[in-house]
Design a binder for this molecule. Structure first.
Ligand SMILES: [Zn+2]
Ligand SMILES: [Zn+2]
Ligand SMILES: [Zn+2]
Length: 292
C-alpha cells in the first residue's frame, strides 16, 4: 500500500479521464455519419454511428453500449439500435427466414441471461434443413444458450453464465437468488428490480446443467448406449468407510466398537478436530494419572 499511496491521485485522475467523453466527430468505421455511440465492453475507445455500432457487435451481443445525449452518456441497448440475434449462420440472417418481427420464427423480445447481465434481443430462428418449431430449443443450444423451456422458449441462459454460477455456488457458496441479483445490478445498478425476474428459471436450468456436466465428466456423453446406473455419477469419497481399507472386515461382529469406530472415521475428514480431541484425551488421561 505504501508504494501505491504516492500514485493514488494520478490513479484517480486516469480513472476519471477514462469516463470523460472521447467524442469523435465522425464514425470511426464508415467515416461519414456522426458518431454518438460508445461501448464500455470493447477494449477500444471507438465511437460509432448507430448502424456501424450494430455491425461491429454482430459477434458481441452482450456488450454494454452508451449514447452521447449532448450532455452525458446514457445507457442504451443493442436492441434499441435495431440489433437482431440471428441463429444458425454465425450472426448473419437466415436466407430462408426473412421475418422482421412477430410470428413463430421471429421473437421480438427474447431474454438472454449472460455472466455480464440480462439482455433482451430480437431473435431470428433459422429455417434451413426443414427446421421445425419443436426443435427451436436445440437451435439455442447450438449457439451456446441453454433454453429455459423445451416448448417455445422465450428465455435462455448462456453456457458461460451457467458455468459461472456453478463455480460461484461451489467456491463462494453464492445462492441462486444472490447470483441473479448480482446480474440485475450489472444490468441496471440504479433500478435492479426493474429487470425481469428469472430466478426460478435459473434454478431449474442450473440443475439440468449440473446433471449434464456430471454425466459428461463421468464419461457418459459419448456412450449413448448406456445410461448411468445407481451411484455411477457419485464422486468417490476416500473418507467414507471402505471394507479392509478404513473399515475392518469383521465390523458386523464388533457392534459395540462399531459406533465409536464409525464416529472416528467420520472425524477423519476433520483432522483438526481429531487432533484436538486426541490432545484432550491425552491431557485428561495425564491429569487423571497425575492426580491419582
Ligand atoms: Zn458509421
Ligand atoms: Zn463492444
Ligand atoms: Zn438458416
Amino acid at each position: 500500500m505504501s508504494e501505491w499511496i504516492p500514485w493514488r491521485a494520478q490513479y484517480l485522475s486516469i480513472i476519471l479521464e477514462c469516463e470523460y467523453p472521447t467524442l469523435a466527430e465522425e464514425c470511426q468505421v464508415c467515416h461519414q455519419a456522426t458518431a454518438d455511440i460508445r461501448c464500455l465492453s470493447c477494449q477500444t475507445s471507438y465511437m460509432w454511428c448507430r448502424p456501424c455500432a450494430v455491425k461491429s457487435h454482430i459477434h458481441n451481443p452482450f456488450h454494454r453500449i452508451q449514447k452521447w445525449t449532448g450532455q452525458f452518456y446514457d445507457d442504451i441497448t443493442l436492441h434499441d439500435l435495431g440489433y437482431v440475434f440471428n441463429l444458425g449462420h454465425n450472426g448473419a440472417p437466415c436466407p430462408n427466414n426473412m421475418a422482421e418481427h412477430g410470428g413463430d420464427w421471429f421473437c421480438d423480445q427474447f431474454t438472454i441471461v449472460h455472466s455480464t447481465g440480462i439482455f433482451i434481443h430480437r431473435l431470428r430462428w433459422c429455417r434451413c434443413n426443414d427446421a421445425s418449431l419443436e426443435d427451436q430449443h436445440l437451435q439455442l443450444l447450438w449457439s451456446h444458450i441453454f433454453p429455459s423451456t423445451v416448448t417455445k422458449p422465450q428465455t435462455g441462459f448462456t453456457f458461460d453464465v451457467l458455468e459461472h454460477f456453478l463455480i460461484d455456488s461451489l467456491e463462494c457458496k453464492t445462492s441462486a437468488r444472490s447470483f441473479y441479483q448480482k446480474l440485475c445490478w450489472f444490468s441496471n445498478n440504479a433500478f435492479p428490480d426493474s429487470l425481469p425476474d428469472h430466478y426460478w428459471e435459473l434454478l431449474r436450468v442450473s440443475w439440468m446443467w449440473r446433471d449434464l456436466s456430471n454425466r459428461k465428466r463421468a464419461g457418459f456423453g459419448h456412450d449413448t448406449e448406456r445410461y448411468p446406473e445407481h451411484g455411477e455419477l457419485a464422486v468417490f469419497c476416500p473418507a467414507c468407510p471402505q471394507l479392509e481399507i478404513n473399515l475392518p472386515g469383521d465390523w458386523k461382529d464388533l457392534y459395540n466398537e462399531l459406533v465409536l469406530h464409525y464416529i472416528w472415521e467420520r472425524l477423519d475428514t476433520l483432522i483438526i478436530i481429531k487432533g484436538i480431541l486426541w490432545l484432550c484425551i491425552m491431557w485428561s488421561t495425564e491429569t487423571l494419572w497425575l492426580s491419582t
